[in-house]
Design a protein around this ligand. Structure first.
Ligand code: PEP
Ligand code: MG
Length: 879
């Protein structure tokens, strides 16, 4: 039998969301449970994918099936397309598997033409009815021209404005039936002028064109962006729902509204919504008239209101979730046009989930599964005031690299950020890109905006760690650092000008948008406790400072999965010694400089162990190329020259000698420890001595430091570095008089390490996947520059997501799986985690659960996201 592409509402049900889309499945379900739904049909999402496969054509078989279902719909409703006694008018609406509000197209009042309009008017002598018919007609021509034929709204709006001016009126509603009739004629003429042919009068032609337009809208730019932001695959396609019109704008005994069964902002259990008499759905949304609160509907339509309240109860009990509904009252009779699980704020989501458990409607596991982990971000960071945000238009867009909202005066250097913040100014730091030297400035700013860099760039990683808003990689900015200004969206922004950035969406706004602080309600703790009960994955954090570590602990981290030790070197006192180390000629000189750093590192590690209270701490040895640490400014170079007893030129020669063509593939990671084992020795001493101190002071804790060697690609590299680590550590432990255990493991971030993981596992206590570098090296994409071309990849449908943000499961994930499969049999005690940025991404966390990792490690503010995502993965697994 050939594939079935169409379903009457009476043929589907709520479980068919993949095929019928959310809207179609729910229309079917409402039909099944006996609610008043105008009876139409749904064209499946498979028809949409077929449309694209057929080169954006509806093939003959599907076309024939649509005609068959049109006949069925006509029969069911006792009305016919184009009929002069009982004309059928329909709405055509998109409806994907996941709701994408406002992203795709809708056409209302389809089926009208000159003859139908004339016949309708002839059948009803009420002058108000004549006005209604012409109003519907001109709306239809306008919508069809705009949405289906892409003529552009503005031509029609200009005609309406002109008509109002000619008639001396201000509001659309003041136009008479005759005015609207004339407007409909003008619209058709405009259509012909723009398109070159007459407005289609055959309702079936209108319908086919409208269906194609909805399919086409799946691929419109705003839908593509929305999908990427919300993890919705392109391959899903959209369904199309064709439904007989009911008219809320028929007369004063009619109306239309939208309502929620609970407050979508707070979650409070009360009917919320808005209602307009004598109006069509779009009027409520468009804000042309001010709707009345839903409670007032009771006075106007007591019968329909009572029925609606009953329907709300039925739907909530049926779906066991808050419902968002659209409905219409036509001549006093209620019709349900749509229902779905309502979109809600993060705070409302938590409250509703907890209330549903308390009301006995949901289990704890179901409540955990109901929360979108990505929304938790909004609970932990400042956000823009929603009203102000709605009124604002973005000037540009970068990557939403670290969530939250920031508003402040523009500064261009880290030093200015510090200075301005010290005098009480709120600033946003705008840089081409950031480097480790900028850290204090980044901390002082409300947010960070960069021109270059992707989701794992320095700015993105550091900002996420600090919980600070960051928009990275806005390539549209034309930067003029020298004159402290930049251009974006045709405007020049100067130092001191206000700017607002949204680290969740990546949007950049001109001027001030007020922010509101994060609020964590009591339900947050309840949901998190349930999540912890069900998850299998442990959640650690990437933290380099005791402050970050404490924050992460508060947010539920169970250990440190990655401490990037290099971040500790940028303190002014330490950087001098570190630079002396870099510019040393002999091992002795280097050791002398390292000896100066040792006490600092030891104190840092001690504070980290203390913050973690006996929970695991993984310390990664020095990783970045050395050129990141050398001075760039003349006075600093002179200072270094004086300290080393060298000439300025000699120092400059050393600095130049550190230049590399591909620094990310250069002298970094374990390669530094191979060249300079004394660095690894110093870091080992600091790790072990600090652990011994803390273990002695806190015998109740079990301190087991985990030393992690980065960027290993060959087991011999690991063995070589490990020799220094073990010899140094064992000597320290022996001298301490206590039996301190420690582990030595490696990051798995080079494809060769995955391919030879069996050899490596025999020499490692643990693996930790560095998926930032592993993604970089598997794709061969620079993690700092790929933002420049990824947009073209999205447009060309080569990629749907940034692989640095969402793990590429087929490629990078396969390498991870291979490493586990090779490593575990050789070393069954091997514990395995991930500490690349993917450790805080929900779909990547789910993958980590599936391939059997022991833990994920992510920046502090992502810890709750990871806890929830891990629980959801475990709960889904049980099913
Ligand atoms: C990684 O490469 O995934 C990683 C965690 O290390 P870094 O980002 O410091 O290179
Ligand atoms: Mg790395």
């Amino acid at each position: 039998m050939s594939k079935k592409y169409l379903y009457l509402f009476s043929e589907g049900n709520a479980n068919m969301r993949e095929l019928l889309g959310g809207k179609g499945a729910n229309l079917a379900e409402m039909t099944n449970i006996g609610l008043p739904v105008p009876q139409g049909f749904t064209i499946t999402t498979e028809a949409c994918t077929q449309y694209y496969e057929d080169g954006r054509q509806i093939n003959d078989a599907i076309m024939a099936e649509i005609m068959e279902y049109v006949a069925k719909m006509e029969e069911l409703n006792g009305k016919k397309f184009g009929d002069l006694t009982n004309p059928l008018l329909v709405s055509v609406r998109s409806g994907a598997r996941a709701s994408m509000p406002g992203m795709m197209d809708t056409i209302l009042n389809l089926g009208l033409n000159d003859e139908v309009v004339a016949a309708m008017i002839a059948g009803n002598p009420d002058p108000a009815f004549e006005r209604f018919v012409y109003d519907s007609y001109r709306r239809f021509i306008q919508m069809f021209s705009d949405v289906v034929m892409e003529v552009g709204k503005k031509y029609f709006e200009q005609l309406i404005d002109k008509m109002k001016e000619d008639r001396g009126v201000k509001q659309d509603v003041e136009l008479t039936a005759a005015d609207l009739k004339e407007l409909a004629e003008q619209f058709k003429a405009e259509y012909k002028a723009q398109i070159g042919s007459d407005f289609p009068s055959d309702p079936k032609t209108q319908l086919m064109e409208a269906i194609k337009a909805v399919f086409r809208s799946w691929d419109n730019p705003r839908a593509n962006v929305y999908r990427r932001d919300n993890d919705i695959p392109y391959s899903w396609g959209t369904a199309v729902n064709v439904m007989p019109m009911v008219f809320g704008n028929l007369n004063e005994n009619s109306g239309t509204g939208v309502a929620f069964t609970r407050d979508p902002a707070t979650g409070e259990k009360k009917l919320m919504g808005e209602f307009l008499t004598n109006a069509q759905g779009e009027d409520v949304v468009a804000g042309v008239r001010t709707p009345m609160p839903i409670s007032q509907m009771e006075e106007k339509f007591p019968e329909a209101f009572k029925q609606f309240v009953d329907v709300c109860g039925i739907l909530e009990n049926h779906y066991r979730d808050m419902q968002d509904m659209e409905f219409t009252v036509e001549n006093g009779k209620l019709y349900m046009l749509q229902c779905r699980n309502g979109k809600r704020t993060a705070q409302a989501a938590l409250k509703i989930a907890c209330d549903l458990v308390d009301e006995g409607m949901r289990t704890e596991e179901e409540a955990v599964a109901m929360i979108d982990p990505r929304n938790l971000d909004t609970l932990l960071h400042p956000q823009f005031d929603q009203k102000a945000l709605k009124a604002a238009t973005p000037m540009g867009k970068g990557l939403g690299a670290s969530p939250g909202a920031a508003c402040g005066k523009i500064v261009f250097t880290a030093d200015d950020a510090v200075a301005w913040a010290e005098r009480g100014e709120k600033v946003v730091l705008v840089r081409l890109e950031t480097s480790p030297e900028d850290i204090t400035g980044m901390k002082s700013a409300q947010g960070i905006l960069t021109v270059r860099g992707g989701m794992t760039s320095h700015a993105a990683v550091v900002a996420r760690g600090m919980g600070e808003c960051c928009v990275s990689g806005c390539g549209d900015i034309i930067m003029d650092e020298e004159n402290k200004q930049f251009q974006l969206g045709g405007k020049t922004f100067k130092e001191g000008d206000f700017i607002s950035i949204d680290g969740t969406t990546g949007n950049i706004y001109d001027g001030v948008i007020p922010t509101v602080d994060a609020q964590i309600a009591g339900e947050f703790g309840r949901i998190m406790a349930w999540a912890d009960k069900y998850r299998k994955l442990k959640v650690r954090t990437n933290a380099d400072t005791p402050t970050d570590a404490k924050k992460a602990r508060e947010l539920g981290a169970e250990g440190i999965g990655l401490c990037r030790t290099e971040h500790m070197f940028f303190d002014p006192e330490r950087i001098a010694a570190f630079r002396e180390m870099i510019c040393s000629d002999t091992v002795e000189e280097r050791e002398e400089a390292l000896d100066k750093i040792l006490p600092y590192q030891q104190a840092d590690f001690k504070a980290l162990y203390e913050a973690l209270e006996g929970n695991p701490v993984t310390i990664r040895f020095l990783d970045p190329p050395l050129h990141e640490f050398v001075p760039t400014e003349e006075p600093e170079i002179e200072k270094l020259a004086a300290a080393k007893g060298k000439t300025v030129q000699e120092i400059k020669d050393i600095i130049n000698g550190l230049h590399e063509f591909n620094p990310m593939m250069g002298h970094r990671g374990c390669r530094l420890a191979v060249t300079y084992p004394e660095i690894a020795a110093m870091q080992t001493k600091a790790v072990i001595r600090a652990a011994i101190e803390v273990q002695k002071e806190h015998p109740e804790w079990k301190v087991v430091p985990e030393i992690m060697i980065p960027l290993v690609g060959d087991v011999k590299e690991l063995k070589y570095v490990k020799k220094t680590v073990v010899a140094t550590a064992d000597a320290e432990v022996a001298a301490s008089g206590i039996d301190l255990k420690y582990e030595v493991g490696t990051m798995i971030e080079i494809p060769r390490a995955c391919l030879t993981a069996d050899e490596i596992a025999a020499n490692a206590d643990f693996f930790c996947f560095g998926t930032n570098d592993l993604t970089q090296m598997t794709f061969g994409f620079s993690r700092d520059d790929s933002g420049k071309f990824l947009n073209a990849y999205y447009d060309a449908k080569i990629f749907e997501n940034d692989p640095f943000a969402k793990l590429d499961q087929e490629g990078v994930g396969k390498l991870m799986k291979m490493a586990i499969d090779l490593g575990k049999p050789v070393n069954p005690n091997l514990h395995i985690g991930i500490c690349g940025e993917h450790g805080g991404d929900p779909s990547s966390v789910e993958f980590c659960h599936k391939i059997g990792l022991n833990y994920v490690s992510c920046s502090p503010f992502r810890v709750p996201v990871a806890r929830l995502a891990a629980a959801q993965a475990a709960i889904a697994d049980k099913k």
